[in-house]
Ligand binder design. Structure first.
Ligand code: DGP
Length: 111
């Protein structure tokens, strides 16, 4: 399968792993849009968050626990978590991943 994130998980593409548990990894986004921009994702290849919720809800839960833990370690006073689903919503890598964003203020509605 030609999936960039599967290649990172397999160690074929380098990334600084901040978390590497049995089911979840986290690493900084290559193109950060905030001072803190970390991707948190399941090792298992699924296309998006809804699919992950169906096939492995425990991994989805762990992803949000990791987000909270990293935000705490980084002393973020607040943070934004985003799962883009589908090209129309800005998804470019079709391996489910949570964006953890922090270190600046965020506007609403998002762009
Ligand atoms: P999305 O557009 O929601 O599918 O987010 C995909 C993110 O993945 C995007 O912000 C850039 C990031 N990204 C793409 N390729 C790589 C890579 O090889 N390494 C890292 N660290 N991030 C990547």
């Amino acid at each position: 399968m030609n999936c960039i994130f599967c290649k990172i998980i397999a160690g074929e593409i380098p990334a600084k792993l901040l978390v590497d548990s049995n089911h979840v990894v986290a690493f900084p986004d290559l193109n950060p849009v905030a001072p803190t921009h970390i991707l948190i994702l399941p090792k298992r290849h699924v296309e998006n968050a809804a699919e992950l919720a169906e096939v492995d809800p425990d991994a989805l839960k762990e992803i949000f626990k990791v987000a909270k833990k990293l935000a705490g370690e980084l002393n973020l006073p607040g943070y934004r978590t985003v799962f883009n689903t589908g090209e129309a919503a800005g998804q470019s890598v079709f391996h489910a991943h949570l964006h953890l964003l922090g270190g600046r203020s965020f506007s609403w509605p998002p762009g």
